[in-house]
Structures are given as C-alpha cells and as structure tokens.
Design a protein around this ligand. Sequence first.
Ligand SMILES: Cc1cc2nc3c(=O)[nH]c(=O)nc-3n(C[C@H](O)[C@H](O)[C@H](O)COP(=O)(O)OP(=O)(O)OC[C@H]3O[C@@H](n4cnc5c(N)ncnc54)[C@H](O)[C@@H]3O)c2cc1C
Ligand code: SF4
Length: 541
Amino acid sequence: MGVRERNESAWLLPNDGTRTNHRLRRDMRQFADSDEIDLVIVGCGAGGSVMLQRLARAGWRVAALDAGPFWDPDTDWVSDEAGSHHLYWTDPRVIAGSDPVPMGSNNSGRGVGGSMVHYAGYTPRFHPSDFATNTVDGVGADWPLSYPELRPYYEQIEQELPVAGERWPWGDPHGYPYRPHPVGGNGEVFLRGAGKLGITAKVGPVAIVNGRFGNRPHCIYRGFCLQGCKVNAKASPLITHVPDALAHGAEVRPEAMVTQIAVDKHTGRALGVHYVTGGRERFQRARMVAVAGYSIETPRLLLNSASSRFPEGLCNDFDQVGRYLMVQGAPQTAGRFDAEVRMYKAPPPEVSTEAFYETDPAKDYKRGFSIQTVSPLPITWAEHVAAQGHWGPALREYMSDYVHWSCLGGLCEFLPRPENRVTLAGEKDSYGLPVARFSYSQCDNDRALARAAQSVMEGILHAAGADEVITIQRYAHLVGGARMAEDEQHGVVDRYGRSFAVPNLYITDGSVLPTQGSANPALTIMAVAARTAHHLAAGLS
Ligand SMILES: Cc1cc2nc3c(=O)[nH]c(=O)nc-3n(C[C@H](O)[C@H](O)[C@H](O)COP(=O)(O)OP(=O)(O)OC[C@H]3O[C@@H](n4cnc5c(N)ncnc54)[C@H](O)[C@@H]3O)c2cc1C
Ligand code: SF4
C-alpha cells in the first residue's frame, strides 16, 4: 500500500503558504463525555498520535486528550530560542539521586505533537541487538519482541515522516525513502574529521522533507528545528498523523489535563479518564484507555490513579511502575576552527555515526554510543560555554567567536536500573496532584561510555583541524518507566502494550521501552505504537 493510501496527512495540509488546515479542526468530530467511545488516549505526542490515526482509520470512535494547546505553526511558534519556552513541559518536578537529571527544555513537550514539536529530527532505528542486550551482552533486559517483528512498522513510519538519509550500514542495514540532505559547515567538519580517522559517518537519518512531500515544502535550512519548524518541513505528529486522524473522525481535545484513570473496583476494568479543562473537572467514558503522556507523566498518572483495588498505584501490584527509567548520556564537544563554520546555517541533525554502537570486546564496558552533529544556537551555545566555567569577559569572547565553532553530541546507552525511577513527591502542582520525583544515578558502565564518547568526539574535531576543544556533560532523551516484559513481575505491559493488571488499559509511548540503545527514540516509539494499533485494529486483543 502506498504511503498516501495509509496516511494522507501531508496532502491534507494547506498549499497556500499557511501551515494549518483550519477547516479540518473546525469540522472535527466532538464526542460527549457521556459517549462510551472505543478508545481514549492520554497525550497526543509520538506514541499517542500514531494510535489515534491508525484506529480512526480502522473506524474506531477515538479521542486524544492533551494537556497542552493545539498548535498553529503560523501564529504560535517563532524562529527564536528565547521565545520558544512555551513548547516545553515546565510544570514542577522534583529531581534526586547521585546524578540528577535537569528537567525542562531538554526533556518533554506540552501540546498536540508532543515532544516531537521541538525535537531535533534524528530518526535512526534501534539495532537488532537492542532487543536482546541481556542475552547478547549480559546487561540490561531482553524485550518480549524482536527486531524483525518491528521492522515492517519502522518501514511504514519512515515513509510517513518521511526520513531522508544515506543508505545505513549499521544494525540491520537499510535504505531511506528520501535522498540525504546537503550538509552545512558543522556536517562538513564531522565528515572531514571522521574521514581522517577512518571512522565511517553518514548523512542522516532525519525526518525533514528533502524535496516536497504532499503539501509540505522542502527544508529551508535555517536551523530552528528545536523551536518548532514554522515551515512544516520537519516531521511532528501535528502534521504527520493528526490531520489524517481528524479526516477519519478522530477528536483531539487540547488543554485537557488527565488527572486520573478510573477503574471499576468489581471488574478491574478501566472505565475512562478524569480530566480538567477550562478549570472544570470532567470524565470521558471509554471502552479502552491508552496512556501516552511521556516517560515521566505516564508513570506519574498511573501512581496518581491509586484506588482501593490498586492501593500502590494503578498496575503497580509488583512495584514496577516508574522503574527502569533511562536517560542517555549526552556529552557535547565543541571545536574551534580558524575558518568560519556557521553551524546555525543548517538543521542541527545532519551527520551521524553508529560505528561505536555495539559492544567492543576490547573495551572494559558494555554496549556503546553514537555521535551526531548538534549545532546549538546562541543561547544553548552560551550554556555550553558557561558550563565550562567561563563567565564575564571570557563568556563574551566565546560568544562573539560563535561562527568559528563546530559542535558534536554523543548519545551513550546508559543501562536500565530499577532504582532509577519516578515516584510521587509531597509537592503538588496547580491541579492539586502530587508531582513526579525522578531519582537518577549512573553506574560505572555509564560513566565509562561517556568518557569513551568524549574521547572519540575530541579526536574527530582535532583531526578536522580544531585548535581548541571543550566538552560538557549532558543528558538527552528519557524512555522507560512502564516497560514491556514477559510477565508482570518484570514489567507493566506485555509485548503489545497491554497492561498486565487491567485488560483494557494500554501504554503506547516511550515508557514501554525496556532498553534504549544509543539511537534517538522517537521513530521506535512510533513504530511500537503502530504495531500495537495494528494488533488492536485487527481484533487480535
Ligand atoms: C530538545 C529535544 C530534542 C530531541 N531530539 C530528538 C531527536 O532528534 N530524535 C528523536 O528520536 N527524539 C528526540 N527527542 C525525544 C522525542 O521527542 C521523545 O522521545 C518523544 O517525542 C517521546 O514520545 P512520547 O509519545 O513518549 O511522548 P511525547 O511526544 O512527549 O507526548 C506526550 C504528550 O502527552 C501530553 N500529556 C502528558 N501528560 C498528560 C496528561 N496527564 N493529560 C493529558 N496530556 C498529557 C503532553 O502534553 C504531550 O503532548 C528530543 C526531545 C527533546 C526535548
Ligand atoms: S532547518 Fe528545515 S526542518 Fe529545521 S526548522 Fe528550518 S525548515 Fe524546518
């Protein structure tokens, strides 16, 4: 089946220079709270939107409730770092552990499209080994599903975003539907340095239109991908899955914060969700519930949905909810060149290498890392320099030298550990709900990976001709917290995302991932959700 027959979103966007199909939104189906719809989805981001679109196409009566706005790129987004803070989930969260993870712009988004509205746009697949790290390397966990089972869904989503890149030689070697983009100054530095060291680096894979796709125009290479692409060239569910869902009778209910999932204490089945909109408490009935609120908010909602049947939190009889949360170590290395690089004149995602992704038996650590161009804009560049301890005149000097710098980022596969988890804090948010407390500590393997990635990145930039190289330690991405497993003693959901405890409750976001590889997660989250949706639509559950 061609991509347009499967998902017409790109053709449903306007072709007149504006970015939003207002008619589709105006005419959108609207269910009453009292309607027992087939499926209510919590969160309309990467995982939630794919469920919405697939099941609307299958004729289900389905609605997605999102805590944030229904964005219009023309009026809501600006190509400006300082003006883009409203895209992030900035409700209070408590952080703890020996290596706490800062929360804010680098974690999750709020609003229809989810975190992909301000994600960078890298869309690599996981490697086959990621699905069996315990068997292959004796660390992490095995998934209850294998790479070949997910491959067809990877291929579908890559066509729907669509993804551009060179033929990919790592993991399960594969091609992409669109040719690689031309690279800017930062990508050239990476390719030059890697080439000198004999490290294979490739252009892509990015979910940015190269050419024209439906009514979505070609990228204009202005580099504001992390501020929400005003052009509609970078993929996010707002433009890749929501339009088709609306055209097939789905409802998207923005500004609707779900506060609790209700469960019948006699049957143990989910009845629907309590939510707050416009300051009013409401309840949407549904035959099934899917939670897709992101790795922090999904476990938090389950824990906040405790009841007499589930006193420790929904689906938490075996103390699995919130555990095995994973963040990737993301050291960031910058190099200075006499010639101008102007790293802002291209999308931040350009070139990457997965040459260090798999376990190297010669090393004293397991698993690996990937390296990618990151190209911070000036405010993020100032954060990098300030994190090195430069302040005052020195900071000003680095800032006025901005056009001479190139910047690479590592993604290290930090291991899943039960003590890295979300619990509920004593503090409450504006809805009166306990906020998430996220405790995170690294292990020795994690630290060794971050050191190794830093050393390779510094080597690449030196080889490319950098005269000064500076590295800071960061984190990127968050997955896990309600992982899939073979049984309820080791996870929260089964191989199709169905919770072990409540037969009509699904989890369909990044929370279900048992391992994270050193790949960016959005493509895998969407592929896993597409597989769950296919299973449900085919009536197999
Ligand atoms: C700066 C940045 C750069 C990134 N770059 C990349 C990249 O290049 N490649 C990549 O693959 N990934 C990247 N990511 C990560 C990627 O965007 C996320 O992993 C992915 O979007 C997570 O999908 P999800 O479905 O789990 O949650 P999300 O996409 O975050 O969707 C969750 C949605 O649920 C809503 N929600 C939460 N709680 C509730 C509630 N109680 N009631 C109602 N609604 C709720 C939120 O408003 C949100 O819209 C990046 C992330 C950030 C922050
Ligand atoms: S560089 Fe391309 S993908 Fe990124 S914001 Fe600009 S037009 Fe969109």
